[in-house]
Structures are given as structure tokens and as C-alpha cells.
Design a protein around this ligand. Sequence first.
Ligand SMILES: C[S@@+](CC[C@H](N)C(=O)[O-])C[C@H]1O[C@@H](n2cnc3c(N)ncnc32)[C@H](O)[C@@H]1O
Length: 236
Amino acid sequence: MMEKLGQELQKIKIGRVVDVATRRGDFAANLAKGLGDFQEIIAIDIDEKALAKGREALGADNRIKFECRNAYETGYPEGSFDMVALGNSLHHFEDVAALFQEMKRLLAPGGTLLISEMTADGQEGASLTHALIHRWESDVDRAKGVYHRHTYSSREILDMVEAAGFKVTKSFFDWDKEPKLVKGVEKRLAELEEKLAELKELPDYQELAESVARIKANEAAHGAAFAAALVVFAEK
Ligand SMILES: C[S@@+](CC[C@H](N)C(=O)[O-])C[C@H]1O[C@@H](n2cnc3c(N)ncnc32)[C@H](O)[C@@H]1O
């Protein structure tokens, strides 16, 4: 759990929450654990396989439901949720303006938008290892033709939220120290060379190999931790 985010969530007692682009529900789990009180969390994604893993992991809590929905067009009625959340997913969306419009439509009057997004700035030491791994993985995805851009800067994220017509009420950098997430970073680190070996045919292979060397050097010097995220609370 992110420490400052946890402190903020504790103060919030809320009804219905939607966690957009939830994958296996990691951010939704943080919300469930952190919120002072809530009625229901609907965790949505377009990837049915990831949702199935989320149901397996969090299914015991009957206040959390996983639904297969497209974030651009969820199909829920306007104003359905008191909180609309998005964790580490902005940089996976090609049309962020359309994503924000749908999130705004879903939010009830007086409701809270919550974004937590790994940033391009603010990464150093052990956190930089994760940020570099993420950067490398997004380079690999793009080299294979999958949409996955580098992360945004904190300024770009705040500008996007404001451009969509939201008013930012609070924002801060935070670090998720959840051991499961740190283990995940270590696993990705251990797999880098194996993955690299499968990319020999790509025109960008040399650059990708150099990046792996840079990541390993950073890990040797500073270790590995989950990267810094910008947390933004906003309202319509
Ligand atoms: C980095 S992952 C999400 C991480 C997740 N929030 C967490 O806390 O671990 C990005 C997710 O965005 C989802 N996604 C991408 N485009 C989507 C769309 N149009 N609608 C819903 N989900 C989408 C992907 O399927 C993927 O699971």
C-alpha cells in the first residue's frame, strides 16, 4: 500500500467505486484495504483473462466485482459512481481525452476522481530500476506494434486532468511498498535477459540490449523497488 495514499483513503467513506483498467485488481485491492468505508468496488478491464485472475485473488470479498467493459464506452449510466479510480494505466490509452470524458460521465456530482500513475520524473535509486524496466517493456511492446507509451511526467498528468475539466484538489508523489509488487519487479528483472534473447530479430535489438545493461547496472548500485507514482485527487 502507498503510505500517503493510505492516509488519504482512510478519511474517505464512500458508496460506489469503479476501478478502470483494473487488470488483476491490484489498485482495486488497495482501495478496498485503504478506504474508510465503501459499499461496492466494480473493477473493469477489457482483458477477460486478467479479470479471471482478479476474481480468483479477491473473490472472497463480495463487495468487489470484476466486469469486462471497454473504458472508453463502459455502458454504465451517467453519474453511476462516487469514486472513479485509475491505477498505472493512463499510458496504455491512445485517446486519453476520450478516456477522461467517459470517467467524467461516470462520476456522480460531488464525486472523486483518483488517478495514481507511475511518472517519468521523480524516479531515483531503487525506484529508477523499476521505471527503467517499465520503459524497456514499453519499448518492446511498441517494437512489436502494441500501443504502450513511456510514462508521462507529473506536469503532463496534472495538465490532462485539468484539460478534461476536473479541478485538482490534492496531488503528491507516493511509493507502493507492497512486498508482492516488489517481488513482481524482481521477477521482471530476472526475466529481462530471457526476453531479450527472443528479440534478436527486431531492428531495435542493439538498443534494447544496451538498455538491459543499464537496468542491471542501476539494480547492482541501488537495488529494486516499485517506482514512484503521482497520486491525484480531483472533482468535476
Ligand atoms: C498496466 S495495466 C493496469 C494495472 C492495474 N490498474 C493495476 O492496478 O495493477 C493496464 C490495463 O489497461 C487495460 N486496458 C487497455 N485498454 C483498455 C480499454 N479500452 N478498456 C479497458 N481496459 C483497458 C489493459 O487490459 C490492462 O489490463
